[in-house]
Design a protein around this ligand. Sequence first.
Ligand code: DX5
Ligand code: ZN
Length: 212
Amino acid sequence: MICSPSFLSSDFSKLESEIKSISNAKWLHFDVMDGKFVDNKTYNHKMLKEVSEYSNQVFDTHLMIENPEKYYIEYVRNGADIITFHLEATNNPKKLIADIKEKNVKAGISIKPNTDARELIPFLPELDLILIMSVEPGKGGQKFLPNSLKKIAFLDKQRKLNNYDYLIEVDGGINIKNAKAVKEVGCDIIVVGSFIFNHKNRKAIIEELENV
Ligand code: DX5
Ligand code: ZN
């Protein structure tokens, strides 16, 4: 399984060494929050530019922002490899998916815990990735919500039935125990923040998560 560490829980006063402490992960998860779509505000596209100075990981960009159709282009320009916006944040997901893909960047949609996975059905043929939130978006260190297992299983079934090729990613409260559970129901990528950053040997725990 791919582990996409979220550095939301890292020490931003020594960011370069924090990012280097998780450099064995192939992906890196950026949690962009605008203080409007979610209460918290973290950073914007400038963070991708800064981190690209010392990381060549896959930049997995999670936009927890309003009007993603207005701002996605800044993330394209600053090195995002994947841009995932929230279904709840835009009224024209189809167009935004096309716009992102037209820039040769992978397009993902994320849904909050209370959003039904069936709302994604019209977009499944075009999506490169689906991000299932297993916590309410807005902060790290929350408890995993088990209802995400059913959503992952539903989406895994949909792609098998229809030969879709989107990846399934889950984000929030992931640890070594529930990483096994989400993998069993079809998850491909796990976003992990506090579970990694609370460990002193972060590279070892990333290895363990990738091999559950
Ligand atoms: C929530 C964030 C967090 C973060 C992961 O908005 O998206 O889920 O990436 O944090 P942990 O692993 O600490 O829940
Ligand atoms: Zn995230």
